[in-house]
Design a protein around this ligand. Structure first.
Ligand SMILES: *Cc1c(COP(=O)(O)O)cnc(C)c1O
Length: 432
């Protein structure tokens, strides 16, 4: 399998190069040159096959021979080291719980897979690989955990001081070893800017092999298909295929689901559930693509003003609007509706949802009201303990720490404070 650039201005590359490079030189996104069709023996036997068998068969065509089967199997085993249950909430609604991984968010799946692929691809590299990542909260923890103790790699995370939740901060600052956290006096954009500057610095690039672990990397995007297959593995095969509602920010997650559907997985329809950052819902209404700065909301991992992966969805749909609308709807959910969805789930189902899952639930309910008789799944992308302010605002209560986290709470915080100043960052990188 080769990958071409969606801008079509750079040469196709194999899985290895696409993973190591991250982004093509023409600033497009890598896209598989064809969409593999999963065969009937997989689709009809999902409930009989193991999770590992399913993951292997789904991803093998994308990886090809760039990773030997024995290594690929180990990578998948380590990627899927936690359960992904489908929970029934009443007759027609299910929650796919993607938050049982080490950092309690769905990004663990992509980050674990990518870190291990990179670790394999760069194992003979003499220089140390520095993974440099700016985060508004969830990405930093997932990437740090994914690369934790991966030989030959060093992770440097920049996060905005005082702007991540206590649990998110704890996940980034208590690992130590090859993970270094920088607490930046500034906001997320400042962190992002510093990282960009480092990547553009020729002096630094001479001494350091820098990698971005960006969410557009194919090795983070493609493995997310696995859990859509695992959802269908747990779906009653005698009922109609589900509608799936995905809380969307940069649109990598939903795009993986749509890819899975295009390769044969029976999903009836996708809902892109957005918060007030409604660039995509607006595009569905007006046909105009108007990126703008992100607005802060309760579901802050979705506060994205220019969703980069949407172009991959257009690519899957052959850039045809009527095809897109047949398979995908877009919905916007207000701040009040988000809190209300958290309340409804608690009151009607004794279910504690995080604000991102709540957005997806709200959009799913709205869709099912208009399409009676259908059933649906919403993706619960994070554990509510990561977003205590939203839970307190909705329910007036605190979320107890899960046992694994309570243990970590006593560990010392290891982070270095710094001004949002490039020379300071450069000095720190040079010490590594
Ligand atoms: C990152 C994130 C999202 C958005 O996912 P995209 O792939 O960027 O659309 C949703 N929920 C949570 C909890 C996240 O961390």
């Amino acid at each position: 399998m080769n990958y071409y650039s969606t801008n079509r201005n750079s040469d196709p590359v194999d899985f290895r190069t696409a993973t190591v490079q991250g982004q093509p030189s023409d600033r497009g996104l890598y896209f598989p040159e064809y969409i593999p069709q999963q065969d009937e023996s997989l689709l009809r036997n999902l409930h009989k096959l193991t999770e590992l068998e399913i993951a292997f068969r789904v991803l093998k065509p994308y990886v090809g021979d760039s990773i030997p089967d024995s290594v690929f199997t180990r990578i998948l085993t380590e990627t899927l080291s936690f359960p992904i249950p489908l929970r029934s909430l009443g007759k027609s609604v299910y929650s796919l719980e993607l938050f049982h991984g080490p950092t309690l968010a769905f990004k663990d799946v992509g980050a674990r897979f990518m870190s291990r692929c990179l670790g394999y691809f760069l194992q003979n590299e003499k220089r140390k690989v520095t993974i440099l990542v700016a985060t508004s909260g969830d990405t930093g923890g997932a990437v740090a955990d994914g690369f934790y103790k991966v030989p030959g790699t060093e992770v440097i995370i920049l996060y905005p001081k005082g702007k991540v939740s206590p649990v998110q901060e704890m996940q980034m600052t208590t690992l130590g070893q090859n993970v270094k956290a920088l607490e930046v006096e500034g906001n997320f954009d400042d962190c992002q800017q510093l990282v960009k500057q480092a990547f553009a610095d020729p002096e630094l690039r001479e001494t350091h092999l820098l990698s971005s672990a960006n969410s557009i990397n194919v090795a983070r995007w493609l493995p997310q298909q696995i859990y859509y297959f695992l959802a269908l593995k747990q779906w009653d095969p005698s009922t109609d295929p589900p509608v799936v509602s995905v809380p969307s920010g940069n649109f990598g997650n939903i795009c993986a689901g749509i890819l899975a559907m295009q390769s044969g997985l029976p999903i009836r329809h996708f809902i892109a559930a957005c918060n007030s950052n409604d660039i995509v819902p607006e595009y569905f209404e007006t046909g105009e693509w108007k990126p703008r700065p992100g607005i802060a909301t309760w579901s802050n991992a979705m506060d994205v003003g220019n969703p980069s992966n949407f172009v991959r969805i257009l690519e899957i749909m052959g850039h045809q609007d009527h095809v897109l609308k047949q398979f995908v709807s877009a919905d916007r959910v207000s701040e009040e509706e988000t809190l209300n969805a958290i309340r409804v789930l608690k009151q009607e189902h004794q279910y504690l949802a995080d604000p991102h899952g709540a957005v997806a639930y709200c959009s799913l309910r709205r869709y099912l009201d208009k399409h009676p008789g259908q059933k649906g799944i919403f993706l619960e992308t994070a554990h509510p303990v990561k977003f205590p302010d939203a839970i307190r605002a909705a329910l007036g209560e605190d979320v107890p720490l899960p046992p694994e986290l309570a243990q970590r709470k006593g560990l010392p915080k290891q982070s270095t404070r710094m001004e949002a100043d490039y020379e300071t960052l450069k000095k720190i990188l040079r010490q590594h």
